[in-house]
Design a protein around this ligand. Structure first.
Ligand code: IFM
Length: 719
């Protein structure tokens, strides 16, 4: 099947649907723009700062380089707020706890320019274009000086599946002759966190001959070490300099009018968790990268991205921006996919420092399900990541007075809790435990991967079940889960969250199924059978937690942040998560009734909210509601709808973009043990074409709006 068919159907549209162009973005916080142009390989990500942006604008983040020592950069809810644990009376109490933060590494794509003796401060214009088909970021800057007009054209790549190699080719042209002085720089002047903390020590630059410089540091508190090496080629010999603020190579070239000067730069990033001597590793990697030349790296990048799209593109016959947004989501998911189970997907990937690359439930519920269906080997890696986190999750349970494994709300790469204990959610938001278990069950349903279940999955299910045994309370009603917070974080401490109780019940049952010899098996099943679960009331409504329906209504409230506690007002709707995680648990009529009740009371303050609602609306045939919310979700970052893209991309929202298309609109689902698609495409779409996997086989699927509501049986591909 040709996965690029819509190009042929609609000539002339292809480039736009494969690019994100700066000039077409809506007006947004200028700090968000470089985040949209992030490139990465899953171990590191580099923001898309403009070539001539001032020092400190760009950064590189590495998923395993953390420092400790800046408590102030964390979120302190006001002392009187219900989001604050009562024992943390003052901010000083909170500040005693230090949790790790990402260390900001140098921007290997930085540059300084002088022409005819004049320093270039600011270009007249910068136009960036993310070429998603080829995996490249192109930038074009125009510089106007009294001495001449310059054009700076840059093409950059983070080479996929390589040793953290960044490559750039630069072409600089002037309309008048003059001396060009260009410094290609690994700029280390940006500090960590929004309060700008120095989490690095022993920052050191080194000159290694005329064409290679390095920069290295050790992280405060953790001792993690990282190094960056830079080498470059130009029309003249370079002069090297390096110090704590960065390392650079300066070329002095006399430009002839209209004749471009060409430069190539190579940067490598290495860290101590992979290399005993990161400095040596970075030097060796950059030397071999430079020996191949930039052209070879661009070809590798294009080839890898080409095969990626051949296999994983999702083709929509419909509005161009829908197609573009789906590709943007797939592109950023690919850039963020770690090649190792030592890492997973943080809530903002490594595209920004927000949430410090910690792994939330976003990953298990909003990101991995796409991979489970379309790239199951990556979903498996996440399962192994969670298994690696078991020891820390067991320790976390013990610290909180429970048994088994209590996965942290914000998991650091080593599995420890990244959220400060002063935030009450670190105690109450236990649904992450059953979310981890759900993700594994979902993975098994789609892959039938027995080996994973025996090696890792069954263990996770057993340890999480042990947690629930110790966390439930036996009362006259059966077993209850008290003092918890469901996905709707506007009610931080509630009893019997329907989402949590139902998934905990599934968790207990799955543990019993996969651990037939466990001594606690009978207790797991007993608790599962008696866990309090709300049943629909006379109107068919499920109560999100005990007492929710007794709260005053919020329909006529002004939607002002902070004015919601104690109301029937939702950040995102827990009941409307149920059709996503437990398809078939509610009938279509029940889903529709609950959708009509909860949706108007949901204020969508979470970037995870509209994507979930879109999927539910599609399931109950509200295709236009589903489409509106799909589009809102797909623009979360592309239009900075939550006004926080400058802190990093919203990974869960991006994970849901392909999921909404494949599961929501195309209606991909399992009928028993058979994959089928029952499409409900919106009026604006004619067809959707994609590939997916089931039980180790690859399938291709094409659904058409003309056959909405009719069951399609996808064809397995020849192996
Ligand atoms: O996990 C989410 C949570 O549901 C809402 N606040 C942001 C977190 C990270 O994305």
């Amino acid at each position: 099947m040709d996965m690029t068919t819509n190009e042929k159907n609609t000539p002339g549209r292809s480039d736009e649907a494969w690019s994100v162009c700066e000039e077409n973005l809506p007006k947004m916080d200028e700090r968000a723009v470089p985040v949209l142009f992030t490139l990465g390989n899953g171990l590191i990500e580099v923001n898309g700062s403009g070539p001539l942006d001032p020092p400190g604008s760009g950064w590189t983040l590495h998923g395993r380089v953390y420092g400790e020592g800046a408590p102030q950069i964390y979120y302190f809810p006001p002392p009187e707020s219900s989001a604050r644990s009562p024992e943390f009376k003052t901010d000083r109490d909170c500040m005693r706890h230090v949790t790790p933060s990402l260390v900001v590494l140098p921007n290997g794509f930085a540059m300084q320019l002088r022409f005819a003796g004049r320093r270039v401060q600011r270009p007249l214009s910068t136009r960036r274009r993310l070429d998603m088909r080829r995996g490249l970021l192109e930038s074009h800057c125009e510089v106007v000086l009294p001495e001449g007009e310059l054009e700076v054209h840059s093409v950059r790549a983070v080479v996929p599946d390589d040793q953290n190699i960044l490559v750039e080719r630069l072409e600089i042209t002037s309309d008048r002759a003059g001396l060009l002085e260009i410094t290609l720089l690994a700029d280390a002047t940006r500090l960590s966190g929004y309060d700008k903390y120095e989490l690095r020590r022993h920052c050191e630059g080194q000159v290694l001959g005329a064409d290679t410089v390095t920069w290295s540091c050790e992280a405060e508190g953790t001792g993690d070490r990282a190094a960056v090496a830079l080498t470059a080629r130009g029309p003249a010999a370079a002069e090297a300099r390096a110090d704590a603020n960065g390392a650079g190579l300066t070329f002095r070239v006399t430009l002839e009018a209209g004749k471009p000067a060409l430069f190539e730069r190579f940067v490598s990033v290495a860290a101590s968790w992979m290399h005993a001597d990161p400095g040596q590793a970075a030097r060796a990697a950059v030397a071999s990268a430079a020996a191949k030349g930039a052209g070879a790296h661009f070809s590798t990048t294009e080839r890898v991205w080409g095969s990626f799209w051949q296999e994983h593109d999702i083709v929509i016959e419909g509005p161009l921006d829908d197609q573009q947004a789906v590709r943007f989501a797939l592109f950023q998911l690919r850039c963020a996919t770690p090649p190792t189970p030592a890492l997973s997907f943080g809530a903002k990937f490594l595209s920004g420092e927000g949430y410090r690359d910690c792994v939330f439930w976003d990953t298990d519920i909003f990101i991995i399900p796409y991979f489970t269906r379309c790239q199951p080997e990556i979903a498996r890696r996440h399962g192994v990541f969670r298994q690696h986190g078991l020891a820390a999750a067991k320790e976390r349970a013990r610290q909180q007075g429970f048994a088994g494994a209590r996965y942290p709300w914000e998991a650091l790469p080593d599995g420890r809790e990244g959220l400060g204990p002063w935030v009450i959610l670190s105690l109450t938001q236990v649904h992450v435990v059953c979310d981890v278990a759900w993700c594994i069950m979902d993975y098994y349903r789609w892959t039938k991967d027995d080996s994973f279940m025996h090696a890792e999955g069954a263990d996770i299910l057993a340890e999480t079940a042990r947690f629930w045994v110790s966390r439930v309370e036996k009362t006259g009603r059966g077993y209850e889960l008290l003092n918890v917070c469901g996905p709707d974080e506007c009610h931080e401490v509630v009893n019997n969250s329907i989402y949590t109780n139902l998934l905990a019940r599934e968790n207990l049952r799955a543990a019993a199924q996969w651990n037939p010899d466990a001594p606690e098996r009978a207790a797991w099943l007993d608790i599962a059978g008696k866990l309090v679960v709300a049943t629909p009331n006379a109107a068919g409504l499920l109560e999100q937690f005990d007492g929710f329906f007794s709260l005053p209504d919020s329909l006529h409230l002004e939607r002002v942040p902070g004015h919601y506690h104690g109301y029937q007002m939702l950040k995102q709707a827990d009941v409307l998560m149920l059709p996503l995680v437990l398809p078939g648990y509610l009938t279509s009529e029940q889903v529709a009734v609950n959708y009509r009740y909860y949706e108007p009371r949901t204020w969508h303050w979470s970037s995870l909210s509209e994507a979930a609602h879109s999927q539910v609306a599609a399931q109950v045939g509200l295709a236009e509601d589903a489409y509106r919310m799909f589009r809102n979700n797909m623009l979360t970052d592309l239009a900075d709808r939550q006004k926080s893209a400058h802190c990093g991309l919203h990974a869960g929202a991006l994970g849901m973009v392909p999921r909404n298309v494949i599961e929501g609109f195309a209606g991909l689902q399992l009928e028993g043990d058979k994959p089928v698609a029952i499409p409900q495409l919106p009026a604006a779409w004619k067809s959707v074409t994609f590939r997916f996997s089931f039980a180790g086989k690859r399938y291709q699927c094409r659904v058409e709006a003309a056959r909405n509501g009719q069951t399609v049986e996808p064809e397995p591909e020849e192996s």
